[in-house]
Design a protein around this ligand. Structure first.
Ligand SMILES: [Zn+2]
Ligand SMILES: [Zn+2]
Length: 282
């Protein structure tokens, strides 16, 4: 069900009400001269991002900037660039602060792995490249029930991509959870009882990015939506192979078994050694 039309905002909810739904602390909104107008407290109601440092980051994003690719709904943003464009047009524009805060919110979400809730905005957006155009105006807001995450964030350029849906994790035979929530026993497959560094395995899985490092095909998706590959020591630990990133490959299930017991195991090992430029043992 990936369809942008379903996300089109048609409701006129206030930011205050949507933040309350998400569980953001809005108690300070009533700290104003006219407390009865707390829902439009100017200190908060026009902000683009809201951070609850331990829990959640809320981002206001434009419906018109959503993009769809396959099943992926995402948005490319560059708030750092926007802040500098805004300050070129007019110094002291409060939008500069909002853009910078948004960028910080992305950083916090990314670093702390916080869920992002998106308030999707409908209305007219300002073309800041054209001087003298009307500021953006919001006609509709919708709280997306689905959690978003930061897919990438380049601190230097400011370029970021946020994606609808929870961040997928990579798991291997030592970290995959059964649907009952159990972790596998220490010796799941080959009967080897060597210590393996969790950090190295994790690094190999991220390097593989979900695809077998021998055949390039994706691993399978687990019941939790994680990507499953198996980590494999190219030079076995039993042959004093080091537990280092260059000696660990993330393989699909078939090629992992094949690397151990297949007719092609020597070729597979040679190909992996070449790929990670390890020297063949003498
Ligand atoms: Zn494979
Ligand atoms: Zn193995």
């Amino acid at each position: 069900m990936a369809n942008l039309d379903d996300l089109k905002p048609t409701e006129t909810a206030t930011v205050y009400d949507l933040l309350t739904q998400v569980g953001v602390d809005v108690s300070d909104w009533r700290n104003m001269k006219r407390p009865e107008q707390y829902k439009s407290n100017p200190k908060y109601c026009s902000n683009w991002s809201f951070v609850e440092p331990e829990n959640v980051v809320v981002l206001c994003i434009w419906y018109d900037d959503l993009r769809l690719s396959g099943h992926k709904i995402y948005q490319n943003l560059n708030m750092k660039q926007l802040a500098s464009q805004l300050s070129d047009v007019k110094k002291g524009n409060p939008q500069i602060r909002r853009a910078n805060e948004f960028q910080r919110a992305l950083k916090i979400a990314s670093e702390r792995n916080l869920p992002i809730r998106a308030i999707i905005l409908g209305g007219t957006t300002q073309d800041i490249a054209k001087k003298g155009t009307k500021p953006s105006s919001v006609d509709f807001r919708r709280l997306d029930p689905v959690i978003w995450h930061v897919e990438s964030l380049d601190a230097k350029s400011g370029a970021a991509t946020i994606v609808r849906g929870e961040k997928r994790k990579f798991v291997d035979q030592y970290s995959v959870e059964s649907p009952e929530g159990r972790l596998p026993k220490k010796k799941p497959l080959s009967g080897e009882a060597y210590e393996r560094s969790q950090k190295i395995r994790g690094e190999a899985l991220s390097r593989a990015n979900g695809n077998c490092e021998y055949c390039g095909e994706p691993g399978f998706e687990t019941h939790k939506g994680d990507f499953y590959l198996e980590t494999h020591h190219i030079q076995p630990l039993s042959e004093d192979g080091p537990d280092e990133l260059e000696n660990v490959a993330a393989l699909c299930v078939v090629h992992h078994r094949q690397a151990h017991v297949g007719k092609d195991r020597v070729e597979i090992r040679a190909a992996l050694e070449k790929k990670f430029s390890r020297n063949r043992p003498l």
